[in-house]
Write a protein that binds this ligand. Structure first.
Ligand code: IMP
Ligand code: MG
Length: 179
């Protein structure tokens, strides 16, 4: 794990090493293997940020399940714009399904709340949310999260799917903005 990485004009330092991420994901999967096994869940990974999280989590599940990918854009640069566009890429019917949304990070909470609202309008049977990361101090709305990987300080992160202006997603570890 490099001690400093440069993404565009900013420097980032180690925050959560890959080993800790995979340990925590295995724990979340243990919970899901018990709680979701008999629910025929439809996992819905929110792209782009959750692609590593979804891939690593799903490989730890030991029951047969389905995954689909959706995309939305609400964020550019270092702070959340708070405006969410539509949910795109949803294949097949979600009505009547137990949907489990996989999100990389919950910051203000606006994105995940809007995703949940949109899914409820589609008459899903239930919606649960699994967020790899939560910044409790950044929340501007109340959120209901069923599975949380890590609570992190209100600092900008990159790596393991998270980007700064589209760069930095590829790192296996998570880095935070250097102060
Ligand atoms: P929210 O709507 O403010 O909760 O923002 C959620 C979205 O903003 C996440 O899905 C990420 O795409 C992005 N985001 C929030 N915090 C960070 C961060 O620290 N690094 C990279 N992306 C972030
Ligand atoms: Mg995201």
């Amino acid at each position: 794990m490099p001690s400093v990485i440069t993404v565009w004009d900013k420097q980032f330092v180690p925050a959560i090493p890959a080993r800790e991420i995979s340990q925590r994901i295995a724990e979340l999967a243990d919970e899901m293997n018990v709680e979701l096994r008999d629910k025929n869940p439809l996992f819905l990974a929110v792209l782009n940020g959750s692609f590593f999280f979804a891939a690593d989590l799903l490989r730890e599940l030991d029951f047969v399940c389905e995954i689909s990918f959706v995309k939305l854009a609400s964020y550019s640069g270092l702070s959340s714009s708070g405006t969410v566009r539509e949910l795109i890429g949803l294949e097949g019917a979600v009505a009547g399904r137990n949907v489990v949304v996989l999100e990389d990070i919950v910051d203000t909470g606006k994105t995940i709340n809007q995703v949940v609202r949109m899914l409820k309008e589609m008459e899903v049977k239930s919606v649960a949310v699994a967020a790899l990361l939560l910044k409790p101090d950044a929340l501007q709305e109340q959120v209901e999260l069923d599975f949380i990987g890590f609570k992190v300080p209100n600092q900008f992160l990159v790596g393991y799917g998270l980007d700064y202006n589209q760069l930095g997603r590829n790192y296996r570890d998570i880095y935070r903005l250097k102060e």
